[in-house]
Design a protein around this ligand. Sequence first.
Ligand SMILES: [Zn+2]
Length: 99
Amino acid sequence: MPVCATCCHQWSFKETMRAMYTLKPSMTCPNCRQEQHLTSVSRKRGAYMPFLILIPMLLNAFFDLNWLTLFGGMALIAAVFHLIYPQLIELTDKEEPIW
Ligand SMILES: [Zn+2]
């Protein structure tokens, strides 16, 4: 789980999920209320998400999957990513460029 770069508060899974689904590019620490930013490594990990969801479509080109398997696989990958990604988030108090 992410740890605040300012106060070292370890965010809970619920706090992390709530902060992930806001429109702001930064996340507000629930403990000290300071703005936190994803590190460039965390942002790169998040950028892989759209490519992971496309894996069933790639497999469909070779194995001719039915639509339920195709969309079920995409939903499963998205769900697994959303459960794992909050545990991989690292925070910093300075905004870093992604590349
Ligand atoms: Zn904090």
